[in-house]
Design a protein around this ligand. Structure first.
Ligand code: MG
Length: 156
């Protein structure tokens, strides 16, 4: 068995859609990024790559590559899930935390799980939690959003 950890953060800015876990959420700001800025997908990608010994998101999808400009991160995640499976692993468990002061994320968890399932992560293999940062720091000031993920892979 292998464990992996993933972390991602993106800046919140006006004029961008807010996409987390592949779901567009109603909010006056969105996450800045070369791709769609989906922090949750990016943290899951890095956790899976870490556990698989397959590098990191920056190597695979560099932000200097036009192919990933405004990319749908669900598709990036899907290709990483396929890589992990091709390397002989099964995704046993994924646990995530999204830290955002606003908007309230708990009503959207089922939608996120549904979208993540289209990338090959089954809803019964993932847990997603949402927290605020109690008003502290850059997250508390609504300057950005963070996501953390751990995963467990089993060699098959
Ligand atoms: Mg990112």
């Amino acid at each position: 068995m292998r464990v992996g950890i993933g972390y991602d953060s993106h800046r919140l800015v006006s004029g961008r859609p807010l996409i987390i876990g592949g779901v567009r959420l109603p909010h006056e700001k969105g996450l800045l990024g070369h791709s769609d800025g989906d922090v949750l997908c990016h943290s899951i990608i890095d956790a899976l790559l870490g556990a698989g010994g397959l590098g990191n998101i920056g190597n695979l999808f560099p932000d200097t590559d036009k192919r990933w400009k405004d990319a749908d991160s669900i598709l990036l995640l899907k290709s990483v899930v396929e890589m992990v499976k091709a390397a002989g692993f099964e995704i046993t468990w994924i646990d995530c935390v999204i830290i955002a002061e606003k908007p309230k994320l708990s009503p959207h968890m089922d939608s996120m799980k549904n979208r993540l399932s289209t990338a090959g992560i089954q809803a019964n293999n993932i847990n997603i939690k949402a927290k605020t940062n109690e008003g502290m720091g850059f997250i508390g000031k609504e300057e950005g959003i963070v996501a953390l993920t751990t995963c467990l892979l089993t060699k098959i």
